[in-house]
Ligand binder design. Sequence first.
Ligand code: ZN
Length: 452
Amino acid sequence: MNESTLIQNVTLVNEGKILVADVLIAEGLIQQIGRIEVEPNHNLIDGTGKHLFPGIIDGQVHFRDPGLTHKGDLYTESKAAIAGGVTSFIDMPNTVPNILTVESLKEKFDIASKKSLANYSFFLGVNGDNIDEVIKMDTSQFIGVSDDGLYFTKKGNLLADNPEIMEKLFANCKSIIAIHSEKEEIVEKNEQAFKEKYGDDIPAKFHPVIRSTEGCYDATKRAIDLAKKHKARLHILHLTTEAETHLFRNDIPLIEKKITTEVSVHHLWFSDEDYERLGMLIKWNPAIKTKKDKEGLLKALLDDKIDLITTDHAPHTLEEKQQTYFQSMSGAPMVQHTLNCMLEFYKQGLISLEKIVEKMCHNPAILYRMTNRGFIRKGYHADLTLVDLNSEWTVAKENLLYKCGWSPLEGTTFQAKIEQTFVNGNLIYNHGTFKEDIFGMPIDFNTKEKQK
Ligand SMILES: [Zn+2]
């Protein structure tokens, strides 16, 4: 049951403004924003000195459900997300089975309706195996199609490596096409060279040399050129290099862009200087690159060449990570700390609160054409995150909610704390405790190309 809740005297961060107001929530929606009279049926929350953000929308996660649930599942990882202020997510297709058919997609929605505490949506997977079926479908019914992660299960089927398949898709697909952009032929050449020198025991610090800037840049450049040729709606996932940022525009509003991109929070947080300390724990594809790249990505985020921040939350067990180079799985869990990382950058004077909200809340909703989410507006779903900007805490095994039980951020002290998270008006996370009997909703989106 939804309750009537009045958050009083809270500092809203929304639509480029910061202001103190009261917010009334009832029936799952934001009913009123302003100075609001207290009524007997109101549950009161004192927001004095606290900041209220729209719930974070994470456009790229791998919650591992179905089929890889020893790493994480829709219940455990959505719980971790909510503790981190994330109220909605879009999950990638590289589960078992891979989500390559409408039937498997429907099944995933069904699992989520019984397990996910946050709101959810799912990409339809596309690779060499189902391309001919996908282009015959009414793709506008999907929030997006993506090849992300599918590469790992079938080598050679990565879209970025198959320009003919990519063109076929670009010419026929009506939805957003979100791709993992690296040129595998360049990566393989580099792998071979390092294997000759080090055998299987390649130090983690060479990961960004193997998965090089050249491999990313060439793939992204080619994908953008082909998308322009076919007027396709292309989204490049998890950008990692300063060089690639110059391939994107910032002279038109997001809603008009045909080519968009994102940065994942770990590519803003870590650099190659961290491989010595963390080794394979920070092995991601595409790789964490240099300090110059990290700074270039933040700059491009601030000047709007990069549209979104995602987590690419990709849990693996510690055993799966702590292997030699070729055996160690790529990816790591981040969803519980994504807002914390960005708020730490705010504390360091590197980004404003308004910009964080734009990139983590407003823009994902705009880019994926979501209905009534991503903003603190009257009539919108009450997805909200209450934050104390001055409450220090340290990431430790005991406070991790991931099923895999580890984080590359263990030992990191954050200055801000997420205190409460509302999902569809329900207080799901409240100072470390959860309401676990109310599940999230499938995310509605506009199937037409543009929204107002
Ligand atoms: Zn991913």
